[in-house]
Design a protein around this ligand. Structure first.
Ligand code: SF4
Ligand code: FES
Length: 204
């Protein structure tokens, strides 16, 4: 396990070679926003809000810090004009899905993102995958997954599994940065296994 020396926001940072840029920044007390990252889950790299600017041997690029590995002598900027512009654009696209998400609104304020820049989308889901991956990787239940492709891609519960597993679990609910997950669950519950609603009500 060899040690890597890199620079983040002008600071010398020591990291282990298996670390990502995001982890190295965290270990140095520098915070980079995330939306699809979770410590219990495999790195995913979907939302790109953790984008930072890196310079490796004179070559500058924008990378997703939660999946990108550290490298010797890498120079990282967690904020720059390019980084902020990228995060602003990403947030504006997400706000078209979930304009009332508190997490997105907080970030929008920081990056000056306009929630009305893009036409509103019908789905609240920003496809961070936290719910799907948590259910698969941590709970090992696969009660929900992604369906469709491209702009029609969305999450969907598997009614037979959800009816059995979800009503007394719901550990994925607080992970969702928007209200998409709860909405999808309520709909599935009402259509496919309404008897579980009764159990949920009883358990309240
Ligand atoms: S429902 Fe929520 S947690 Fe699941 S993928 Fe969509 S935004 Fe992420
Ligand atoms: S937090 Fe890095 S891509 Fe989502």
């Amino acid at each position: 396990m060899s040690e890597i020396l890199l620079q983040i926001d002008g600071r010398e940072v020591k990291a282990r070679e298996e670390m990502t840029v995001w982890e190295a920044a965290q270990s140095a007390g520098l915070s980079i926003p995330t939306l699809c990252h979770h410590e219990k889950l495999e790195p995913y790299g979907a939302c790109r809000i953790c984008t930072v600017e890196v310079d490796i041997r004179g070559k500058t690029s924008l990378i997703a810090s939660c999946v990108y590995p550290v490298a010797q002598d890498m120079v990282v900027k967690t904020r720059s004009e390019k980084v902020d512009k990228t995060r602003k654009m990403i947030l504006e696209e997400m706000l078209a899905h979930a304009p009332d998400s508190e997490e997105l609104r907080k970030l929008a304020q920081e990056y000056g993102a306009d929630k009305d820049r893009f036409e509103k989308e019908s789905s609240f889901c920003i496809l961070c995958g936290l719910c799907v991956r948590y259910c698969a990787e941590v709970k090992k239940k696969d009660a929900l997954g992604f369906v469709e492709r491209g702009p029609r891609r969305e999450i969907s519960f598997v009614p037979e599994i959800a009816a059995r597993e979800c009503w007394n679990c719901k550990e994925c609910f607080p992970l969702c940065p928007t209200s998409a997950l709860q909405a999808a669950y309520v709909l599935t519950e009402a259509l496919a296994f309404p008897e579980a609603s009764a159990k949920t009500e009883e358990g309240k």
